[in-house]
Design a protein around this ligand. Structure first.
Ligand SMILES: Cc1ncc(COP(=O)(O)O)c(C=O)c1O
Ligand SMILES: Nc1ccccc1C(=O)C[C@H](N)C(=O)O
Length: 425
Protein backbone atom coordinates (compact mmCIF):
# COMPACT_ATOMS: atom_id res chain seq x y z
CA UNK A 1 0.00 0.00 0.00
CA UNK A 2 2.03 2.93 -1.22
CA UNK A 3 0.71 6.41 -0.64
CA UNK A 4 -0.27 8.31 -3.78
CA UNK A 5 0.54 11.48 -1.88
CA UNK A 6 3.66 10.67 0.11
CA UNK A 7 5.72 12.47 -2.54
CA UNK A 8 3.89 15.66 -1.57
CA UNK A 9 5.57 15.71 1.83
CA UNK A 10 9.11 16.32 2.97
CA UNK A 11 10.03 13.60 5.46
CA UNK A 12 13.33 14.11 7.32
CA UNK A 13 16.10 11.66 6.56
CA UNK A 14 17.51 9.37 9.23
CA UNK A 15 20.60 11.54 9.42
CA UNK A 16 18.63 14.77 9.72
CA UNK A 17 16.43 13.45 12.51
CA UNK A 18 19.40 12.11 14.45
CA UNK A 19 18.89 8.37 13.86
CA UNK A 20 22.55 7.65 14.47
CA UNK A 21 22.27 3.84 14.28
CA UNK A 22 20.54 3.65 10.92
CA UNK A 23 22.43 1.90 8.14
CA UNK A 24 20.83 4.12 5.46
CA UNK A 25 21.32 7.66 6.76
CA UNK A 26 20.04 9.38 3.63
CA UNK A 27 16.75 7.52 3.43
CA UNK A 28 13.59 9.05 4.85
CA UNK A 29 13.02 8.09 8.46
CA UNK A 30 9.96 6.08 9.49
CA UNK A 31 7.84 9.00 10.61
CA UNK A 32 4.93 7.70 12.73
CA UNK A 33 4.48 10.95 14.64
CA UNK A 34 2.03 12.93 12.47
CA UNK A 35 -0.32 12.82 15.48
CA UNK A 36 2.02 15.22 17.25
CA UNK A 37 3.46 17.27 14.40
CA UNK A 38 2.59 16.57 10.78
CA UNK A 39 5.48 16.83 8.30
CA UNK A 40 5.84 19.71 5.87
CA UNK A 41 3.93 19.46 2.62
CA UNK A 42 5.61 20.86 -0.48
CA UNK A 43 2.44 22.88 -1.09
CA UNK A 44 2.73 24.54 2.30
CA UNK A 45 6.33 25.46 1.60
CA UNK A 46 5.45 26.85 -1.83
CA UNK A 47 2.52 28.90 -0.52
CA UNK A 48 4.49 30.32 2.40
CA UNK A 49 7.25 31.30 -0.03
CA UNK A 50 4.68 32.93 -2.29
CA UNK A 51 3.29 34.96 0.60
CA UNK A 52 6.78 36.03 1.65
CA UNK A 53 7.30 37.27 -1.87
CA UNK A 54 3.98 39.13 -1.84
CA UNK A 55 5.01 40.74 1.43
CA UNK A 56 8.32 41.77 -0.13
CA UNK A 57 6.79 43.16 -3.29
CA UNK A 58 3.37 44.47 -2.25
CA UNK A 59 3.75 45.26 1.46
CA UNK A 60 0.53 46.77 2.81
CA UNK A 61 -1.27 46.60 -0.53
CA UNK A 62 -1.15 42.80 -0.28
CA UNK A 63 -4.18 42.98 1.99
CA UNK A 64 -6.43 43.87 -0.90
CA UNK A 65 -6.81 43.49 -4.61
CA UNK A 66 -3.20 43.95 -5.55
CA UNK A 67 -2.39 40.51 -4.16
CA UNK A 68 -0.96 38.81 -7.27
CA UNK A 69 -2.48 35.41 -6.46
CA UNK A 70 -5.97 36.69 -5.68
CA UNK A 71 -5.63 35.84 -1.99
CA UNK A 72 -5.76 39.32 -0.45
CA UNK A 73 -4.79 39.01 3.19
CA UNK A 74 -7.94 40.76 4.40
CA UNK A 75 -10.05 37.75 3.41
CA UNK A 76 -7.33 35.14 3.16
CA UNK A 77 -9.10 32.77 5.54
CA UNK A 78 -12.14 32.57 3.26
CA UNK A 79 -9.94 30.32 1.13
CA UNK A 80 -9.48 28.03 4.11
CA UNK A 81 -12.86 27.78 5.81
CA UNK A 82 -14.97 26.32 2.97
CA UNK A 83 -13.10 23.01 2.81
CA UNK A 84 -13.32 22.77 6.59
CA UNK A 85 -17.09 23.15 7.00
CA UNK A 86 -19.98 25.50 6.48
CA UNK A 87 -18.53 28.98 6.29
CA UNK A 88 -20.67 30.47 9.05
CA UNK A 89 -19.93 27.75 11.57
CA UNK A 90 -16.14 27.76 11.34
CA UNK A 91 -13.44 30.31 12.03
CA UNK A 92 -9.77 29.94 11.23
CA UNK A 93 -8.19 31.76 14.12
CA UNK A 94 -5.96 31.88 17.15
CA UNK A 95 -4.59 28.86 18.95
CA UNK A 96 -6.30 25.88 20.46
CA UNK A 97 -5.94 26.81 24.12
CA UNK A 98 -6.90 30.44 23.53
CA UNK A 99 -9.93 29.34 21.50
CA UNK A 100 -10.98 26.95 24.26
CA UNK A 101 -10.83 29.80 26.77
CA UNK A 102 -13.04 31.87 24.47
CA UNK A 103 -15.57 29.05 24.19
CA UNK A 104 -15.53 28.48 27.95
CA UNK A 105 -16.25 32.13 28.46
CA UNK A 106 -19.18 32.08 26.05
CA UNK A 107 -20.72 28.71 26.84
CA UNK A 108 -19.89 27.83 30.43
CA UNK A 109 -22.52 29.61 32.48
CA UNK A 110 -22.57 27.92 35.87
CA UNK A 111 -25.50 28.32 38.26
CA UNK A 112 -25.69 27.01 41.82
CA UNK A 113 -27.67 23.99 40.55
CA UNK A 114 -25.84 23.39 37.30
CA UNK A 115 -22.14 24.09 37.43
CA UNK A 116 -20.20 20.89 36.78
CA UNK A 117 -17.96 20.15 33.81
CA UNK A 118 -17.77 16.53 32.73
CA UNK A 119 -14.61 15.44 30.92
CA UNK A 120 -12.29 12.46 30.64
CA UNK A 121 -9.68 11.98 33.38
CA UNK A 122 -6.13 12.82 32.30
CA UNK A 123 -7.22 15.20 29.60
CA UNK A 124 -4.31 17.09 28.02
CA UNK A 125 -2.87 19.36 30.77
CA UNK A 126 -3.65 22.54 28.86
CA UNK A 127 -7.30 21.52 28.70
CA UNK A 128 -7.38 20.75 32.41
CA UNK A 129 -6.03 24.21 33.13
CA UNK A 130 -8.62 25.77 30.82
CA UNK A 131 -11.50 23.88 32.38
CA UNK A 132 -10.63 25.21 35.82
CA UNK A 133 -11.90 28.58 34.48
CA UNK A 134 -12.27 30.45 37.68
CA UNK A 135 -13.88 27.57 39.56
CA UNK A 136 -12.42 25.26 42.15
CA UNK A 137 -11.75 22.29 39.86
CA UNK A 138 -11.97 19.84 42.76
CA UNK A 139 -15.67 20.67 43.03
CA UNK A 140 -16.68 21.64 39.54
CA UNK A 141 -14.74 19.29 37.28
CA UNK A 142 -16.07 15.73 37.12
CA UNK A 143 -13.42 13.51 35.57
CA UNK A 144 -14.31 10.07 34.25
CA UNK A 145 -11.78 7.29 34.65
CA UNK A 146 -11.86 3.87 33.00
CA UNK A 147 -13.00 0.87 35.04
CA UNK A 148 -10.35 -0.76 37.17
CA UNK A 149 -7.98 -2.80 35.01
CA UNK A 150 -9.12 -0.98 31.84
CA UNK A 151 -7.48 1.86 29.94
CA UNK A 152 -10.26 3.43 27.94
CA UNK A 153 -13.77 4.56 28.78
CA UNK A 154 -16.84 2.53 27.88
CA UNK A 155 -19.59 4.33 26.03
CA UNK A 156 -22.24 2.87 28.33
CA UNK A 157 -20.40 4.26 31.39
CA UNK A 158 -20.19 7.75 29.90
CA UNK A 159 -23.88 7.72 29.00
CA UNK A 160 -24.85 6.45 32.47
CA UNK A 161 -22.77 9.17 34.10
CA UNK A 162 -24.44 11.85 31.96
CA UNK A 163 -27.86 10.53 32.84
CA UNK A 164 -27.08 10.29 36.54
CA UNK A 165 -25.33 13.64 36.99
CA UNK A 166 -26.80 15.54 34.04
CA UNK A 167 -28.97 17.96 36.00
CA UNK A 168 -25.88 19.35 37.78
CA UNK A 169 -23.66 19.44 34.67
CA UNK A 170 -23.34 22.70 32.74
CA UNK A 171 -20.82 21.46 30.18
CA UNK A 172 -19.77 18.09 28.78
CA UNK A 173 -16.42 18.41 27.07
CA UNK A 174 -14.27 15.56 25.86
CA UNK A 175 -11.39 15.19 23.45
CA UNK A 176 -12.66 13.81 20.13
CA UNK A 177 -9.63 11.51 20.05
CA UNK A 178 -7.82 11.21 23.39
CA UNK A 179 -4.15 12.17 23.17
CA UNK A 180 -2.77 9.44 25.47
CA UNK A 181 -4.94 6.42 24.65
CA UNK A 182 -5.94 7.24 21.06
CA UNK A 183 -9.59 6.50 21.90
CA UNK A 184 -12.09 8.12 19.54
CA UNK A 185 -15.09 8.83 21.71
CA UNK A 186 -18.59 8.20 20.35
CA UNK A 187 -19.10 11.87 19.68
CA UNK A 188 -22.64 11.77 18.39
CA UNK A 189 -24.11 9.70 21.21
CA UNK A 190 -22.29 11.69 23.91
CA UNK A 191 -23.53 14.94 22.38
CA UNK A 192 -27.08 13.68 22.16
CA UNK A 193 -27.08 12.36 25.73
CA UNK A 194 -25.57 15.57 27.11
CA UNK A 195 -28.06 17.81 25.33
CA UNK A 196 -30.97 15.60 26.42
CA UNK A 197 -29.98 16.53 29.99
CA UNK A 198 -29.82 20.23 29.14
CA UNK A 199 -26.00 20.37 29.09
CA UNK A 200 -23.85 22.17 26.53
CA UNK A 201 -21.57 19.78 24.66
CA UNK A 202 -18.17 20.91 23.34
CA UNK A 203 -15.17 19.05 21.92
CA UNK A 204 -11.41 19.41 21.76
CA UNK A 205 -10.59 18.05 18.32
CA UNK A 206 -6.79 18.47 18.44
CA UNK A 207 -6.24 14.79 17.61
CA UNK A 208 -9.41 14.32 15.59
CA UNK A 209 -9.29 16.88 12.76
CA UNK A 210 -7.66 15.44 9.66
CA UNK A 211 -7.68 12.04 11.40
CA UNK A 212 -11.30 10.87 11.54
CA UNK A 213 -14.42 12.00 9.64
CA UNK A 214 -16.36 14.61 11.58
CA UNK A 215 -19.93 15.84 11.07
CA UNK A 216 -20.01 18.58 13.65
CA UNK A 217 -23.12 20.24 12.27
CA UNK A 218 -25.15 17.05 11.78
CA UNK A 219 -24.17 15.74 15.21
CA UNK A 220 -25.50 18.96 16.71
CA UNK A 221 -22.29 19.74 18.57
CA UNK A 222 -22.46 23.10 20.32
CA UNK A 223 -18.83 24.12 19.89
CA UNK A 224 -15.44 22.64 19.06
CA UNK A 225 -11.84 23.81 18.93
CA UNK A 226 -8.75 22.35 17.31
CA UNK A 227 -5.17 22.98 16.32
CA UNK A 228 -3.83 22.30 12.83
CA UNK A 229 -0.26 21.14 13.36
CA UNK A 230 -1.04 17.46 13.93
CA UNK A 231 -2.92 15.51 11.22
CA UNK A 232 -3.63 18.75 9.35
CA UNK A 233 0.13 19.25 8.77
CA UNK A 234 0.01 23.04 8.90
CA UNK A 235 3.28 23.47 10.77
CA UNK A 236 4.36 24.03 14.37
CA UNK A 237 1.98 26.27 16.31
CA UNK A 238 0.02 27.05 13.15
CA UNK A 239 -3.31 28.86 13.10
CA UNK A 240 -6.09 26.98 14.91
CA UNK A 241 -9.85 26.58 14.43
CA UNK A 242 -13.18 26.99 16.12
CA UNK A 243 -16.69 25.70 15.40
CA UNK A 244 -19.94 27.13 16.73
CA UNK A 245 -23.16 25.46 15.63
CA UNK A 246 -25.53 27.65 13.67
CA UNK A 247 -28.31 26.92 16.19
CA UNK A 248 -26.57 29.55 18.33
CA UNK A 249 -26.92 32.28 15.75
CA UNK A 250 -29.94 33.96 17.39
CA UNK A 251 -28.33 33.95 20.83
CA UNK A 252 -26.10 36.82 21.76
CA UNK A 253 -23.12 35.01 23.18
CA UNK A 254 -20.70 37.08 25.26
CA UNK A 255 -17.43 37.60 23.43
CA UNK A 256 -13.95 38.88 24.02
CA UNK A 257 -14.39 40.71 20.78
CA UNK A 258 -11.82 42.08 18.40
CA UNK A 259 -12.02 44.02 15.15
CA UNK A 260 -11.59 40.91 12.99
CA UNK A 261 -14.90 39.61 14.31
CA UNK A 262 -16.61 42.75 12.99
CA UNK A 263 -18.67 42.70 9.79
CA UNK A 264 -16.07 42.96 6.98
CA UNK A 265 -18.35 45.31 5.03
CA UNK A 266 -17.75 48.06 7.60
CA UNK A 267 -14.62 46.85 9.37
CA UNK A 268 -12.30 49.29 7.69
CA UNK A 269 -14.69 52.19 8.27
CA UNK A 270 -13.48 51.89 11.88
CA UNK A 271 -16.95 52.26 13.44
CA UNK A 272 -17.05 52.72 17.21
CA UNK A 273 -19.74 50.06 17.70
CA UNK A 274 -18.90 46.38 17.36
CA UNK A 275 -21.12 44.62 14.87
CA UNK A 276 -20.16 40.95 14.89
CA UNK A 277 -20.16 38.63 11.91
CA UNK A 278 -22.90 36.06 12.36
CA UNK A 279 -21.65 32.72 13.62
CA UNK A 280 -18.20 31.43 14.48
CA UNK A 281 -16.33 34.19 12.68
CA UNK A 282 -17.78 36.75 15.05
CA UNK A 283 -15.31 35.33 17.58
CA UNK A 284 -12.32 36.34 15.50
CA UNK A 285 -10.18 38.84 17.31
CA UNK A 286 -7.09 39.73 15.32
CA UNK A 287 -6.13 39.68 11.69
CA UNK A 288 -4.75 36.19 11.07
CA UNK A 289 -1.10 35.28 10.69
CA UNK A 290 -0.84 34.93 6.92
CA UNK A 291 2.30 32.80 6.91
CA UNK A 292 0.71 30.14 9.11
CA UNK A 293 -2.60 30.45 7.29
CA UNK A 294 -0.76 29.95 3.96
CA UNK A 295 0.85 26.86 5.32
CA UNK A 296 -2.56 25.50 6.36
CA UNK A 297 -4.01 26.35 2.95
CA UNK A 298 -1.22 24.39 1.28
CA UNK A 299 -1.88 21.35 3.43
CA UNK A 300 -5.63 21.58 2.81
CA UNK A 301 -5.00 21.52 -0.91
CA UNK A 302 -3.39 18.11 -0.44
CA UNK A 303 -6.44 16.91 1.51
CA UNK A 304 -8.69 18.18 -1.27
CA UNK A 305 -6.66 16.36 -3.89
CA UNK A 306 -7.28 13.08 -2.13
CA UNK A 307 -11.02 13.77 -1.80
CA UNK A 308 -10.96 14.85 1.88
CA UNK A 309 -11.84 12.54 4.73
CA UNK A 310 -13.75 9.52 3.42
CA UNK A 311 -11.02 8.04 1.19
CA UNK A 312 -8.44 8.98 3.77
CA UNK A 313 -10.34 7.22 6.52
CA UNK A 314 -10.49 4.06 4.43
CA UNK A 315 -6.75 4.14 3.93
CA UNK A 316 -6.25 4.97 7.59
CA UNK A 317 -8.28 1.93 8.66
CA UNK A 318 -6.10 -0.29 6.47
CA UNK A 319 -2.81 1.15 7.69
CA UNK A 320 -3.66 1.20 11.38
CA UNK A 321 -5.17 -2.28 11.15
CA UNK A 322 -1.97 -3.50 9.46
CA UNK A 323 0.27 -1.94 12.11
CA UNK A 324 -1.91 -3.44 14.84
CA UNK A 325 -1.74 -6.96 13.45
CA UNK A 326 2.02 -6.76 12.90
CA UNK A 327 2.52 -5.56 16.49
CA UNK A 328 0.27 -8.28 17.87
CA UNK A 329 2.49 -10.93 16.26
CA UNK A 330 5.42 -9.79 18.40
CA UNK A 331 6.71 -12.24 20.99
CA UNK A 332 6.75 -9.29 23.42
CA UNK A 333 3.08 -8.42 22.98
CA UNK A 334 0.67 -9.17 25.83
CA UNK A 335 -3.11 -8.79 25.56
CA UNK A 336 -4.44 -5.65 27.19
CA UNK A 337 -6.63 -7.68 29.59
CA UNK A 338 -3.48 -9.15 31.15
CA UNK A 339 -1.49 -5.94 31.41
CA UNK A 340 -2.79 -4.49 34.67
CA UNK A 341 -2.35 -7.73 36.65
CA UNK A 342 0.88 -8.92 35.07
CA UNK A 343 3.51 -9.97 37.62
CA UNK A 344 6.39 -10.84 35.28
CA UNK A 345 9.37 -8.50 35.11
CA UNK A 346 10.14 -9.58 31.54
CA UNK A 347 9.82 -6.52 29.29
CA UNK A 348 6.66 -6.51 27.18
CA UNK A 349 4.08 -4.20 25.65
CA UNK A 350 0.38 -4.04 25.05
CA UNK A 351 -1.88 -1.74 23.01
CA UNK A 352 -4.27 0.35 25.09
CA UNK A 353 -6.03 1.98 22.11
CA UNK A 354 -9.42 0.33 21.48
CA UNK A 355 -9.35 -2.78 19.24
CA UNK A 356 -12.54 -1.69 17.54
CA UNK A 357 -11.55 0.51 14.57
CA UNK A 358 -14.64 2.65 15.08
CA UNK A 359 -13.24 3.60 18.48
CA UNK A 360 -9.93 4.97 17.23
CA UNK A 361 -8.24 7.01 14.54
CA UNK A 362 -4.71 6.46 13.22
CA UNK A 363 -2.91 6.35 16.56
CA UNK A 364 -1.96 3.21 18.48
CA UNK A 365 -0.76 3.76 22.05
CA UNK A 366 1.71 1.11 23.13
CA UNK A 367 2.00 0.65 26.91
CA UNK A 368 5.35 -0.76 28.03
CA UNK A 369 5.82 -3.02 31.02
CA UNK A 370 7.24 -2.95 33.55
CA UNK A 371 7.65 0.73 34.29
CA UNK A 372 10.98 2.12 33.04
CA UNK A 373 11.09 0.09 29.83
CA UNK A 374 9.34 2.70 27.73
CA UNK A 375 12.16 5.27 27.88
CA UNK A 376 14.77 2.80 26.73
CA UNK A 377 12.59 1.57 23.87
CA UNK A 378 11.82 5.10 22.77
CA UNK A 379 15.47 6.11 22.63
CA UNK A 380 16.43 2.97 20.72
CA UNK A 381 13.56 3.40 18.23
CA UNK A 382 14.62 6.98 17.55
CA UNK A 383 18.22 5.97 16.97
CA UNK A 384 16.99 3.46 14.41
CA UNK A 385 14.87 5.98 12.58
CA UNK A 386 11.42 5.07 13.91
CA UNK A 387 9.89 8.30 15.12
CA UNK A 388 6.98 7.96 17.50
CA UNK A 389 6.61 9.89 20.72
CA UNK A 390 6.76 9.07 24.36
CA UNK A 391 4.01 10.10 26.68
CA UNK A 392 4.68 9.55 30.32
CA UNK A 393 4.42 7.45 32.27
CA UNK A 394 4.65 4.40 29.99
CA UNK A 395 3.27 5.02 26.51
CA UNK A 396 4.79 5.36 23.05
CA UNK A 397 2.35 6.56 20.41
CA UNK A 398 2.70 5.38 16.82
CA UNK A 399 0.40 6.85 14.22
CA UNK A 400 0.44 5.84 10.55
CA UNK A 401 -1.10 8.93 8.98
CA UNK A 402 -2.83 8.02 5.71
CA UNK A 403 -1.71 11.09 3.75
CA UNK A 404 1.98 10.22 3.80
CA UNK A 405 2.62 6.93 5.61
CA UNK A 406 2.77 3.62 3.80
CA UNK A 407 2.50 -0.07 4.65
CA UNK A 408 6.28 -0.14 4.55
CA UNK A 409 6.37 2.37 7.43
CA UNK A 410 4.13 0.04 9.47
CA UNK A 411 6.35 -2.94 8.67
CA UNK A 412 9.50 -1.02 9.54
CA UNK A 413 7.98 0.23 12.78
CA UNK A 414 6.95 -3.26 13.93
CA UNK A 415 10.19 -4.90 12.78
CA UNK A 416 12.45 -2.35 14.43
CA UNK A 417 10.45 -2.49 17.66
CA UNK A 418 11.03 -6.25 17.71
CA UNK A 419 14.75 -5.86 17.12
CA UNK A 420 14.97 -3.19 19.83
CA UNK A 421 13.40 -5.61 22.33
CA UNK A 422 15.70 -8.44 21.14
CA UNK A 423 18.89 -6.45 21.39
CA UNK A 424 18.55 -3.76 24.01
CA UNK A 425 15.98 -4.57 26.57
C1 LIG B 1 -5.74 17.63 23.37
C2 LIG B 1 -4.90 18.87 23.34
N1 LIG B 1 -5.35 19.99 23.93
C3 LIG B 1 -4.60 21.11 23.94
C4 LIG B 1 -3.35 21.16 23.35
C5 LIG B 1 -2.58 22.46 23.42
O1 LIG B 1 -2.56 23.06 22.21
P1 LIG B 1 -1.95 24.54 21.92
O2 LIG B 1 -0.57 24.58 22.50
O3 LIG B 1 -1.91 24.58 20.44
O4 LIG B 1 -2.86 25.52 22.53
C6 LIG B 1 -2.86 20.01 22.69
C7 LIG B 1 -1.55 19.97 22.01
O5 LIG B 1 -0.59 20.57 22.31
C8 LIG B 1 -3.65 18.84 22.71
O6 LIG B 1 -3.22 17.72 22.14
N1 LIG C 1 2.87 21.33 20.23
C1 LIG C 1 3.86 20.59 20.75
C2 LIG C 1 5.15 21.10 20.84
C3 LIG C 1 6.16 20.33 21.38
C4 LIG C 1 5.89 19.07 21.82
C5 LIG C 1 4.63 18.54 21.75
C6 LIG C 1 3.61 19.31 21.23
C7 LIG C 1 2.23 18.79 21.17
O1 LIG C 1 1.43 19.29 20.45
C8 LIG C 1 1.89 17.65 22.01
C9 LIG C 1 0.56 17.09 21.67
N2 LIG C 1 -0.51 18.00 21.92
C10 LIG C 1 0.29 15.79 22.37
O2 LIG C 1 -0.72 15.20 22.12
O3 LIG C 1 1.06 15.32 23.14
Amino acid sequence: MSSPLSGQFVIPTNREIGASSHSEPDNACTYLCGNSLGPMSKRSKALVEEELKVWATCAVTGHFTSHPHGRGWADFCDHITPPLAELKEVACMGTLTANLHLMMDSFYKPTPQRYKILCEAHAFPSDQATLAHGFDPANAVLEMSPRSGEYTLREEDILTMIEREGSSIALVIFAGVQYYTGQWFPMQSITRAAQAQGCICGWDLAHAVGNVPLSLHDWGIDFAVWCTYKYMNAGPGSIAGLFVHEKWKETELPKFAGWWGHDPATRFAMPPKFSPIEGAQGFQQSNPGILVAASLLGSLQVFKEVGMMQPLRERSLQLTGALESLLKKSQYFVPVEEASTRQSTKPAFTIITPDDPSGRGAQLSLLFLPSGVMNKVHDALNKRGVIGDERRPDVIRLAPAPLFNTLKDCEQGAMILESVFDEFI
